[in-house]
Design a protein around this ligand. Structure first.
Ligand code: FES
Length: 164
């Protein structure tokens, strides 16, 4: 079989063709990557910047879960549900000093802040420490299904009790 002889010009031409194809592939690849990046950026830019917050309303269940004289901390929702002699009420568990989560101390019968030592009576009044205000009372009511609901977004201007 006769061997095909390549002239130097033919080799140079095929190599030039090779380089053109490589260059075209590289160019198309770069354009595709830039286009994908622009599409992602455009989607992020055009999608609404919304934060979905949980509802401020807490369903605490049936009021008989809270017997007379009980203090029920709910650290997940940042509240205490208290059943005092006048009825049920809810305190916000966030310290009014710098916002630490307070803790119920059943052996002492007080609410204490672990951060800077503020102490509160079970009606929320501060009696020690740097907290400038009492723990706020929160709107609490019983709905049509008989469940105790608490609105964490609305501190009460005055004390209100749920009588059951
Ligand atoms: S945050 Fe509670 S005393 Fe400072």
């Amino acid at each position: 079989m006769p061997e095909e002889k390549k002239t130097p010009e033919a080799g140079a031409n095929s190599c030039a063709e090779c380089n053109r194809r490589k260059f075209a592939r590289l160019g198309l690849g770069s354009i595709a990557i830039a286009g994908a990046g622009s599409a992602v950026f455009g989607y992020e830019f055009l999608s609404p910047n919304v934060l979905y917050e949980p509802s401020p309303i807490v369903d605490a269940g049936k009021p008989d879960r809270f017997p007379q004289g009980s203090v029920t901390p709910d650290p997940q929702n940042g509240i205490y549900i208290v059943h005092g002699p006048q009825g049920i009420y809810t305190l916000q568990a966030i310290c009014t000093h710098l916002g630490c989560l307070t803790a119920w101390k059943p052996d002492l019968g007080i609410i204490a802040c672990p951060c800077h030592g503020s102490k509160f009576h079970i009606d929320g009044e501060r009696f020690d420490g740097p907290a400038p205000r009492p723990l706020p009372w929160l709107k609490t009511w019983v709905d049509d299904e008989g469940n105790l609901l608490v609105d964490r977004s609305e501190p009460l201007p005055r004390r209100e009790f749920v009588r059951i």
